[in-house]
Design a protein around this ligand. Structure first.
Ligand code: SF4
Ligand code: SF4
Length: 199
């Protein structure tokens, strides 16, 4: 039997306030109509966690589960739920915020590979103002390999090398793999905006 959540109003208020401020979303406007739930692109992947339920978790102060659940890690930021929401709540921004908060709290991610993918994307995007495929894949794969070695999953290492080599070859054939380190003109601006948002 699942233990009942002990509601602590002060803790719930502080947590909800932080998520609202950082995501820029007004969660208290949610009246649980569940239009977002029917629209979520990854609904079949996230079990019972739908955008409305995630919002309810935050508002009731269930911090532990709100920071680490399937929706936080599998949301693809498609913004479909926000388009359907009568109160214009963008759950994609909430899940992004919760990922960052989970990382800051040193919480082990439920989906480590997605966390590595996210880190590699941000790392490369910040450095060059755009994602450089080679650097991005190297960073992402290195983190995955470290996990596999730590877990002694040697079969997974072999599969990873095989899958990624096939993917790389196919990208090269389609001329979708760039070997140089291209940078965007406004990359300093991107860095500056990121730092400002972080503060
Ligand atoms: S659609 Fe908007 S108001 Fe309705 S449950 Fe979802 S987030 Fe809340
Ligand atoms: S933004 Fe995330 S939560 Fe919203 S519909 Fe897309 S995948 Fe689902």
């Amino acid at each position: 039997m699942t233990a009942a959540l002990a509601f602590k109003p002060e803790k719930a208020r502080t947590f909800a306030k932080e998520v609202m401020e950082r995501s820029g979303q007004n969660l208290v406007a949610c009246y649980q109509c569940r239009r977002c739930a029917g629209a979520c692109s990854v609904g079949e992947e996230t079990g019972y966690i739908t955008p409305d339920r995630l919002i309810r978790m935050i508002l009731t102060g269930d911090q532990e589960n709100a920071l680490n659940n399937e929706l936080v890690w599998k949301c693809v930021s498609c913004y479909t739920c926000g388009t359907r929401c009568p109160n214009e709540i963008q759950t994609g921004r909430i899940t992004e915020t919760l990922k960052k908060m989970a990382k800051e709290a040193h919480q082990a991610p439920l989906q480590p590979q997605i966390a590595h993918f996210h880190d590699a994307f941000v790392h490369s995007g910040l450095r060059w103002g755009r994602v450089n495929e080679m650097e991005f894949m190297a960073f992402y794969e290195l983190r995955n390999m470290i996990d596999h070695v730590k877990g002694k999953k040697f079969g997974a290492i072999f599969n990873e090398i095989k899958t990624q080599s096939t993917l790389a070859l196919s990208m090269m054939r389609l001329k979708r793999m760039h070997f140089g380190f291209l940078s965007a003109k406004g990359r300093q601006e991107i860095k500056r905006l990121y730092k400002k948002k972080k503060k």
